[in-house]
Design a protein around this ligand. Structure first.
Ligand SMILES: NC(=O)C1=CN([C@@H]2O[C@H](COP(=O)(O)OP(=O)(O)OC[C@H]3O[C@@H](n4cnc5c(N)ncnc54)[C@H](OP(=O)(O)O)[C@@H]3O)[C@@H](O)[C@H]2O)C=CC1
Ligand SMILES: Nc1nc2c(ncn2[C@@H]2O[C@H](COP(=O)(O)O)[C@@H](O)[C@H]2O)c(=O)[nH]1
Length: 327
């Protein structure tokens, strides 16, 4: 790896605008055969998404991935989404019971449009075997496999049959993998994304480390088809986490999927819990993301999302925030 950088080390270089209004810029993306309003998906974590939010997102044209931490609810969830004519997008793990679950879906002819294999270290035989198992029993499901952080891993999972790979090991806000293990893409997630995207022949989801809406445009520039975001989606009125009040302010919990709060035990803990300030309605954030991304497209001198891919960039020596708080 030569140039190593992260989101805040990069600025995209503006090109002459070709639109009269930013509202002309189209942020939609085709991913896995469906078109979504934004190249953004809330993280498949228990304090970020639940059945209600998934339904809201699907009804309003946004991509979603339901988490896998209440496995017993997944069958009813898929049935419910199908009954409403909505896309079913679920997560699975790699333990023995998950193989039976996939077979059960096939037997009941319940075919989710998207299945995400959600594993910390996705470059493994366990994930490769699960990809092959899903492709055998549910060949029409679009399989997203992860997480990975190297071109080798991307190639191997694609060759095993994955339709998309998810890149990001350790850049998450509630992640402590980098501290506990010394490994990952934390601190150079954007460069890792570029590295992986160069090797990929199928779409990539950039996962973790997004701290501002501008980071979405940067992810697209460096090869992401979709961007998974946790912390920016935490703390909304609709968010599943517990709400607490402190010094007259409301906060909501956001915890890692490998935290002891998720696992119920202190074993192989690689995540923590934090409280984020209450942010209001989820729809307001999605609307602001869309407006900011429309603006990004206009600065790219384009009309559609893919135009961001063509812009130049510079690596800035100091933090682009110059010590300022982000907001
Ligand atoms: N994106 C990221 O940076 C990270 C995300 N996470 C999230 O935490 C959740 C839990 O992840 P995960 O622990 O994978 O899921 P599971 O707890 O379901 O573990 C999956 C299986 O993989 C094994 N396993 C876990 N880690 C490794 C490893 N490093 N090497 C070899 N085998 C391993 C586990 O066995 P055993 O437990 O016995 O080792 C288990 O059999 C997921 O939602 C994941 O996305 C967690 C860490 C990093
Ligand atoms: N190392 C860990 N990573 C985790 C854990 N739970 C979730 N995640 C990853 O973080 C992103 C969200 O990142 P954010 O910066 O947008 O908040 C999520 O999609 C997972 O990939 C965890 O316990 N440990």
């Amino acid at each position: 790896m030569d140039n190593v950088f992260d989101y805040e080390d990069i600025q995209l270089i503006p090109a002459k605008s070709v639109v009269k209004s930013r509202s002309e810029c189209d942020t939609s993306v085709n991913f896995g055969g469906h078109t979504f309003k934004l190249p953004v998906v809330p993280a498949n974590m228990q304090t970020i998404i639940d059945e209600k939010i998934a339904t809201f997102l699907a009804e309003n044209g946004y991509f979603y991935i339901m988490h896998r931490f209440q496995p017993e609810k997944r069958i009813d969830f898929i049935k419910d989404m199908k009954a409403r004519g909505l896309i079913a997008s679920i997560s699975v793990g790699v333990k023995e019971g998950e193989y039976d679950f996939v077979k059960q879906l096939a037997e009941e002819n319940l075919v989710p449009e998207y299945i995400t294999i959600d594993i910390a270290h996705g470059h493994s035989n366990a994930v490769i075997e699960m990809i092959q198992h899903i492709k055998k029993y549910l060949p029409d499901s679009f399989v997203i496999a992860g997480n990975v952080g190297t071109p080798d891993a991307v190639r191997e999972l694609e060759n095993a049959g994955a339709d998309a790979t998810k890149v990001g090991i350790g850049p998450g806000k509630v992640c402590i993998t980098k501290i506990k293990t010394g490994f990952g893409t934390g601190g150079w997630q954007l460069a890792a994304l570029r590295w992986c995207a160069k090797a990929a022949s199928k779409p990539i989801i950039a996962d973790g480390g997004i701290r501002t809406h501008g980071d979405i445009a940067k992810s697209v520039r460096f090869g992401a088809s979709m961007v998974m975001i946790g912390s920016l989606f935490a703390g909304h009125e609709e968010s599943p986490g517990e709400t607490i009040e402190k010094d007259g302010k409301c906060y909501k919990e956001y915890f890692g999927s490998a935290s002891e709060f998720q696992k119920g035990e202190r074993k192989n803990v690689e995540g923590k819990k934090m409280y984020v300030e209450h942010k209001g309605a989820l729809m307001d954030t999605l609307t602001e993301m869309e407006q900011d991304l429309q603006s990004s497209i206009s600065y790219a001198g384009g009309r559609k999302l893919q135009d961001i891919r063509k812009v130049d960039y510079v690596i800035v020596k100091n933090s682009i925030f110059n010590g300022d708080k982000i907001y």
